[in-house]
Design a protein around this ligand. Structure first.
Ligand code: AP5
Length: 225
């Protein structure tokens, strides 16, 4: 399946992608994760994108498109992938269709109120990237520690309320033409992302299987909390 996940900060792009990655072994590619890794390593790319990511502004199209193009050339994406956080602008959307044919765009439509609460409770494992929440499932079994590797969970610096508000503003400035692009080519699936994962995920999964988008053999069974 070649799918893109579109949604405001806190819509759940990361947790939806994590579910499909673990259950179907489909690579989850998050442009935000790639940038955070490069910033942490202090690479040339990291230095170029740092100011944008930390202030919640969009990284320029030409940089993001180049990064995604390179990542989609890796052999693990041959059977499909889930793109999380890309495309975000109409230029990125058109560029992606020139790189590879996308089966579906899933728009996770979340209200601002719900998303802000989720981000204030979000915790991320710095080692494996798993996402938890102190208010909602999945919660870590042991306080502030990753269930898988025991690492101390972190609260992302760009989850500070003032940066979240800026990320919101930026998302709402650019996402509409992206949604319209996929709607007009009949590839858009819209999901009410305010609802709990256990209600939404099975329905979404069924739609993806019935439309032939999800064909990759099951990798392992994953429980929805
Ligand atoms: P990025 O990392 O992509 O941030 P974002 O889009 O703001 O998305 P988030 O990671 O905050 O939200 P999410 O939807 O993944 O939520 P999650 O699943 O974690 O980008 C960071 C920055 O990089 C950008 O600001 C920009 O500077 C740059 N960048 C990245 N891509 C770019 C691009 N294409 N172009 C230009 N610049 C780019 O869920 C949130 C929390 O809620 C979690 O704790 C989760 O457990 C919980 N939760 C989720 N869903 C539910 C649910 N249904 N019920 C209960 N809890 C839930």
């Amino acid at each position: 399946m070649r799918v893109v996940l579109i949604g405001a900060p806190g819509a759940g792009k990361g947790v939806y992608a994590q579910y499909f990655e673990e259950k179907y072994c489909i690579p989850h590619i998050s442009t935000g994760d790639i940038f955070r890794e490069e910033i942490a390593k202090g690479t040339e790319l990291g230095l170029r994108v740092k100011q944008y990511v930390e202030s919640g502004r969009l990284v320029p199209d030409e940089i993001v498109i180049e990064v995604v193009k390179k990542r989609l050339q890796q052999p693990d994406t041959e059977q499909g992938f889930i793109l999380d956080g890309f495309p975000r602008t109409i230029n990125q959307t058109r560029a992606l269709d020139d790189i590879v044919a996308i089966d579906r765009a899933i728009y996770l439509n979340v209200s601002e109120e719900v998303a802000v609460k989720r981000l204030s409770g979000r915790r991320v494992c710095p080692l494996c990237g798993r996402v938890y929440n102190i208010y909602y499932e999945p919660k870590p079994r042991v306080d502030e520690k990753c269930d898988y590797d025991g690492a101390q969970l972190i609260h992302r610096p760009d989850d500070k309320p003032e940066v979240v508000r800026e990320r919101y503003r930026v998302f709402h400035e650019t996402f509409k033409p992206v949604i319209e692009y996929y709607r007009s080519s009949r590839r858009l699936i819209e999901v009410n992302a305010d609802r709990p994962l256990r209600e939404v995920l099975p329905v979404l999964e069924k739609v993806l299987i019935e439309t032939g988008v999800l064909r990759v053999p099951l990798c392992r069974d994953v429980k929805i909390e």
